[in-house]
Design a protein around this ligand. Structure first.
Ligand SMILES: O=C(O)c1ccccc1N[C@@H]1O[C@H](COP(=O)(O)O)[C@@H](O)[C@H]1O
Length: 203
């Protein structure tokens, strides 16, 4: 079964709807320039009201490994999705093993796997602003990577294309932010539900 992460959650109602739809993970963006920004403290309050058995992911963008860990501890999230260098990610893994390395660069993924073969990679589209922009990943490269190690596919996924993406890439999981919104930063309950159903249909 493909795992589904719905990212950019900012309030409890949306978080509970996402869980109800069958999402296996919820993402929280602690990156101030993002329209989906939520502070670690607000995330902590929200996370405490979630039912058990739901993975919660803090997005750490271009900050040091120690700041990323501090942030996840404050947010009380289970996992860190990290945007930075391979070296910093390797350091992060030492203190916070439940971490995912986000990249659009095939060579960075390979470099990481040479150092840490069990590292989790989220492969997304290439953007200037580090994700959340609806830019599609290169599914050909993603397929090649997924044949080597399980990956999470992100970037430009929507209810309309996620089943095809799952069939083409065969990832462990998929991740979406802008593709389930009615407007920038505002999640659409119907699109969240359609996305999870379509992702499950893909396999
Ligand atoms: O969602 C954001 O605002 C965001 C900000 C900074 C880094 C990552 C962000 N989101 C992640 O980007 C990818 C792809 O998003 P989309 O579906 O193409 O909109 C996804 O992993 C989000 O978690």
């Amino acid at each position: 079964m493909v795992r589904v992460k719905l990212c950019g959650i900012r309030d409890l109602d949306t978080a509970l709807q996402a869980v109800q739809c069958g999402a296996s993970a919820l993402g929280f963006v602690h990156h101030p320039p993002s329209p989906r920004y939520i502070s670690p403290q607000q995330t902590c309050e929200l996370v405490q009201q979630l039912p058990p058995l739901v993975e919660t992911v803090s997005l750490a963008v271009k900050i040091s490994p120690s700041q990323a860990v501090e942030m996840a501890i404050a947010a009380q999230t289970t996992t860190i999705q990290y945007y930075g260098t391979v070296d910093d990610f390797l350091q992060l893994q030492e203190s916070f093993p439940r971490a995912i390395f986000a990249t659009w660069d095939e060579h960075q993924a390979q470099q990481l796997w040479r150092e840490s073969p069990h590292a989790w990679v989220l492969f997304e589209g290439q953007t200037v602003h580090h994700g959340g922009a609806g830019v599609k990943a290169d599914w050909g490269i993603a397929r090649k990577l997924a044949a080597q190690y399980p990956i999470i596919l992100a970037g430009g996924l929507q209810p309309e294309n996620v089943a095809e993406a799952v069939r083409a890439v065969r990832p462990h999981g998929v991740d979406v932010s802008s593709g389930i919104e009615s407007e920038r930063g505002i999640k659409c309950p119907q699109r969240m539900e359609d996305f999870v159903k379509a992702a499950m249909r893909g396999l």
